[in-house]
Ligand binder design. Structure first.
Ligand SMILES: C[S@@+](CC[C@H](N)C(=O)[O-])C[C@H]1O[C@@H](n2cnc3c(N)ncnc32)[C@H](O)[C@@H]1O
Length: 273
């Protein structure tokens, strides 16, 4: 089905308004590729027809499906290893000491844009290992959020192929995965129970959290946003972070350092001032 320049701009602007995803002029073929099945199955006669259907659907379900289709969910276990090293060696001992100093034991981490769960489970494995070695009393909770429901369903199941788990360190594989003997592996309940998955659009003006987080991971998500959206998001994140809390972004992403909200710690790691 042909996507005219006018239809491309209608859909591109809708995606930007609702999800913050900024599709460049060269992404016309991506829209066709991601949406053609939905158009065919729904019996739409044109992209404009589909656009009107989505914008007039009061239930929000059609928009929800558009978000599922348009998001890019590529991820893998222990992606950008330097972050896990930094967390383990520097941030965790410091956050742990601060918690103890206040007589508290709850460490809260938010994976914003968690896709199919590899990132929050990597954190859960690492934190379990850290707790066993250093701090048995620490209680950690990880919230994984995303707009893509199929990715979140995969995340909640916690089942991955042999190829997908190959990035997990051998000792963690031994301790934290169970073999399903059909070429797939399931993350053990002890690791899964620490992670809660929810659908949440980062473009919401306010986030529905009662307590602040000590750590936010929002990696390889902001690459899809423009500078304006990234800055608003960094502001909203700072409202959900405890003072001295850490924000991790992807190594190919940038944060405006002039905002005065964060101090630069090391590449792609910031600390709330
Ligand atoms: C490339 S994946 C990154 C996954 C993981 N953080 C990592 O670094 O491997 C980007 C994720 O951001 C999610 N995303 C994009 N826009 C979003 C939005 N407005 N609200 C919530 N999640 C969003 C996508 O659905 C996708 O799963």
């Amino acid at each position: 089905m042909n996507l005219s320049a006018r239809e491309f701009h209608l859909i591109k602007n809708l995606i930007y308004d609702k999800f913050g995803i900024n599709l460049g002029e060269h992404k016309k073929s991506l829209i066709v590729q991601r949406l053609h099945k939905e158009l065919r199955n729904g019996g739409f006669s044109s992209f404009e027809d589909y656009y009107h259907y989505v914008t007039r659907d009061a239930s929000g379900q059609a928009l929800h499906v558009l978000g599922d289709l348009i998001s890019t969910n590529h991820t893998y276990f222990f992606r950008e290893e330097a972050h896990f090293d930094f967390l383990r060696k520097c941030a965790l001992p410091q956050l742990d000491a601060a918690l103890r100093g206040r007589g508290e034991k709850e460490l809260r981490i938010w994976c914003a844009g968690c896709s199919s769960g590899e990132e929050p489970y990597s954190l859960s494995m690492m934190l379990s290992d850290y707790a066993a070695d250093n701090s048995p009393g620490i209680e950690f909770y990880i919230l994984g959020t995303d707009i893509a429901s199929p990715a979140l369903q995969k995340a909640a199941a916690g089942v991955y192929s042999s190829e997908q788990i190959s990035q997990i360190p051998p000792l963690y594989r031994l301790h934290y995965l169970e073999n399903l003997f059909d070429g797939r592996w399931r993350v053990k309940q002890s690791i899964r129970k620490r992670v809660l998955f929810r659908r949440l659009n980062l473009m919401r003006r306010e986030y529905p959290f009662k307590k602040c987080f000590q750590v936010i991971f929002c990696r390889n998500v902001m690459i899809y946003f423009d500078a304006f959206t990234r800055e608003r998001l960094a502001e909203r994140f700072s409202r959900c972070l405890e003072p001295e809390g850490y924000l991790f972004i992807g190594h190919s992403e940038t944060l405006d350092r002039s905002s005065g909200l964060y101090r630069f710690v090391q590449p792609a790691v910031y600390q709330k001032i």
